[in-house]
Ligand binder design. Sequence first.
Ligand code: GTP
Ligand code: MG
Length: 194
Amino acid sequence: MTITSVEFVKSVVSIKEIPKENLQEIAISGRSNVGKSSLINCLLNRKKLAKTSSTPGKTRQLNYFRINNQFFLVDLPGYGFAKVAKSEMQQWRNLIESYIKTSRNLKGVVALIDSRIGPTPLDLQLLEWLSSLKMPMILVATKADKLSKGKLKSQVAACAKQVAPYYNKTIIPFSVTNGLGKAELWKEMLSLME
Ligand code: GTP
Ligand code: MG
């Protein structure tokens, strides 16, 4: 994938603010700290475009990036961060739910799962919900470099079993440190936007 331009467009905290431009979009979802912003930076060959942090819960808005003047990548706020108050969790849910239901140009969701942890109950809830909406999904197992090859394989296989009721395509192991999965993920994302 040749990236000719990347622009940060805006951060959105309410559905009324989503960009009016008629461009296709792909959203990146997953729990706090799973590696969403890092994955976006890796896909776009930028170091600090999407803010990353060792403090979970950093991204609280929908962050829109315009790529090649052709489509948006949308960095979604992470869920499941223990220190977040219930009311804020509810706010998150409302924002994401209305976004996913109202965004006419959303072509699919890249759902991230930590390869070491596997799908959490909230991950499974999200997948169940997306599949009930018939939203195309691409599942990615993040931080693959933190596992041995053998362990990664068994973790991904275990993950595939758990998500099978909602997702039966391949899970893409991904690492921002060595680029594993990058080409494959681009290919899958572009095929959603054809
Ligand atoms: P929120 O914005 O809080 O929802 O988190 P996020 O999902 O955007 O996670 P972020 O990209 O900020 O990454 C969290 C931490 O995981 C950072 O310290 C990253 O450096 C680290 N990380 C992300 N991806 C990888 C990876 O592939 N390998 C390794 N080793 N570390 C990673
Ligand atoms: Mg983030």
